[in-house]
Design a binder for this molecule. Sequence first.
Ligand code: PBG
Ligand code: ZN
Length: 321
Amino acid sequence: MRRMRRRIIQPLLRETELRKTDLIAPVFVDESISAPLPIASMPGQFRHPTEGVADYCEHLWNAGIRAAILFGVPAAKDSEATEAYASGGVVQRAVRSIKERLPQMVVATDVCACEYTDHGHCGIVGETADGPDLLNDPSLALMVRIAVSHAESGADIVAPSCMLDGMVRAIRQALDAAGFQNVLIVSYSSKFASALYGPFRDAADSGFSFGDRTTYQICPGNAREAVMESELDAAEGADILMVKPAGIYLDILLSLKEFGLPIAAYQVSGEYAMIKAAAERGWLDERAVALESLIAIKRAGADLIITYFAQDAARWLDEEQ
Ligand code: PBG
Ligand code: ZN
């Protein structure tokens, strides 16, 4: 085996390569601020004002990042998430300004209600036999409105992240009926109820006021259920499947190959924060660990990676050339 690791031979035999076009940068847009606001638990990440988000995306573009996924922080929340589908809403305005500035940039939007509801859950909440909970079908109608409003604003991809049953079918039907046959659906199809979303909930102000998300997101120990979730979303018409979080769910990534669809992996806020925190203490080499984490996610089967390291990774990859 050592012959194959001679320095001049190694590049010939490299099995997995990370490319800038594999990366999607998460972008937080806050309609209540006028200058970028640092996110404390995610060093190097900011909320951007609606007017400034195209500038930020231009930096991403110039670094070689070709795709962004937007998360909105609205000025007002209510129990029905009405700001989530307002045509003048924060994400809708952000999409328009980015597509105007950078028509070639792929703009994806997170389709969920948790940033827009006063209770912080991902859709409509109501009383059930088990107490208050996320209601499935009433929330579907909300997701459809959100997705169509994002498409109307010019989004290329909508990414439902609420883990409702039937969300992909409902959104696909509505997009087609509204003339958006070419808008892709990236489903957060295998999304676990993970404690690694902690920093994101600061970033997007989407923490919940009661309960948790375990009645809609998947229990971390359940692999069969996670594969079934993606299988159902594939059958409902998802264009791209997703595993989230990424790095500690590589077994699930590998299992989704059988569906033959492209797969995205979301390296989430907590995965980023762990590497950043250890690097700040001098305990880990940030660049080396971040690139290793990304190559491992690709090796396991991800075609695309949503990562807060996108901009830095683009620079690191350039430096390696
Ligand atoms: C919205 C959503 C979340 C994330 C992406 N979309 C939070 C959640 O489900 O609670 C998490 C992303 C991250 O942690 O980086 N539902
Ligand atoms: Zn949500």
